[in-house]
Design a protein around this ligand. Sequence first.
Ligand code: URA
Length: 229
Amino acid sequence: MRLDKFVCKSTALTRSEATAQINAGRVKVNGEAVVKERTQVHESNRITQDGVVLAPRPFRYILLHKPAGTVCSNIDEAYPSVFRCLDLERTDELHIAGRLDADTTGLVLITDDGRWSFDIIRPDQRCEKVYRVGLSQPIADDVADRFKRGLSLQGEDQLTLPARLQIVTPTEVLLTITEGRFHQVKRMFAAVGNRVVSLHREKIGKINLDIDVGQWRALTEDEVLSFSS
Ligand code: URA
């Protein structure tokens, strides 16, 4: 981690305040003043500020039930940011593991642990995501098989990985995918001549959405550890 980030995560300082402290030689790494804020440091290093040992706050792991009309971004765009649903401090340190579109609802995982979120989104992890999908037209008979075999999406060379389709009603299905390509679910249904009219993520890995829309909760230790390979 960068030294300025380490100082921010261990104190109430902003990034620019942390940089000023570092540049003034008030931060030491293993006893040596390090004046470059970009220096990489490790948790095992002894890092002090004015002689006081710094210890980063523990990582945060959060489950949010995203409402429609919010964006998975740290800043408000055309819609308000999902971070407005969190009554937490320092939301600028948090990021989302697998974004949803503004009109998509459901399960969002939020953290400040970049290694943990990378384990969820990295393609070779094949982490399952389950979506409840509302369709404009009844689902055709061959779609489950086409999704299982892999589809060619417009503008992409690689077929989608095998996906599972469970039919709930002719216009409502559950889709399980293990990738996170841009607008993947909407594009998969477009590729088979249908259109998504509602999209809701119910599950990521072993984590189920068990809270009301707009609510959040901390993940349990078991849930956090469930993504370790
Ligand atoms: N696929 C989409 O098309 N949209 C989402 O929000 C998530 C998956």
